[in-house]
Design a protein around this ligand. Sequence first.
Ligand code: ZN
Length: 121
Amino acid sequence: MANKIINTHFSDREMDCHCGCQKTVSSELLVRLEALRRMLDRPLSVTSGARCETHNRESGGKPGSWHLKGLAVDISCVDSEFRGEIIRLAGMLGFNGIGVAKVFIHLDLRPEEEKRCFLYD
Ligand SMILES: [Zn+2]
């Protein structure tokens, strides 16, 4: 139900919990993600947005994941140059958690004092 809040390039199907429970991301996350999309001027494919406890567990998410609070997204990304651009702009847009994996980038809105950029195995 993400797009009830603002009009974005993202579909509810991308942002809501994939189990069908309709848990969705926070409007703050959606606003910042849309800002990132507009600055990049290139499509972003979200592979995971909000997750309920059950789906988080089943999809191998960490307990206490920011996805549970609707404050995180994973974006599909395999191209180094594009990855660099996303990381640079996401940092400017207040995504205080940036996780880099081989095929995706995780962005979350953890508090400023917990700011970190990390690599997945
Ligand atoms: Zn769910």
